[in-house]
Design a protein around this ligand. Structure first.
Ligand code: OFO
Length: 161
């Protein structure tokens, strides 16, 4: 049975994943409204991925006899000034999520809950990938400027899942 403090911070994490999912979904529709079909497609796929993360964590918590308590997911922003701003915002969201996951792993180690440590270590790796993914897009937009957006839009529109 999982300890209460861990149950609490895993529930916070599930909420954060769902908030990320909503944030990226809002970004997707905002981008689509601006005519950026490829970016919108990419962002929607990422929104789905965050929702899957939330469900994997909720399933894990249930398997460990913890209780999933879905908390209030706050409103997300509705608009941004540019495509670059959207990806910079996503990158900062991912950095915040990485810190939260590190905190769970640290707490699991302190509690000697090695199953939780092990489960969330996969997300530590996942976050390295995600920060690199978002950071790479931010770099491309910064380096290529406005002129690179059309090309990037078509490239990101090819994302499979
Ligand atoms: Fe991109 O955050 Fe999930 O884990």
């Amino acid at each position: 049975m999982i300890k209460q403090k861990l149950e609490e911070i895993i529930n916070d994490q599930i909420t954060a994943e769902l908030w990320s999912s909503n944030l990226y979904l809002q970004m997707s529709y905002f981008l689509k409204h601006q005519g950026w079909e490829g970016f919108a497609h990419w962002m929607k796929a990422h929104s789905d991925e965050e929702r899957r993360h939330a469900m994997r964590m909720a399933d894990y918590l249930t398997d460990r006899n913890g209780q999933v308590k879905l908390k209030m997911v706050n409103l997300v922003p509705e608009g941004w000034g540019s495509v670059l701003e959207i990806f910079e915002h996503s990158l900062s969201q991912e950095k915040m999520v990485s810190k939260m996951i590190d905190k769970i792993v640290l707490h699991a180690i302190e509690e000697q809950d090695f199953a939780t440590e092990n489960f969330f270590r996969a997300f530590v790796d996942e976050q390295v990938e995600e920060e690199a993914l978002f950071g790479g897009i931010v770099d491309k937009i910064r380096n290529g400027g406005e002129g690179s957006l059309l090309f990037l839009d078509s490239q990101l529109g090819k994302r499979k899942e």
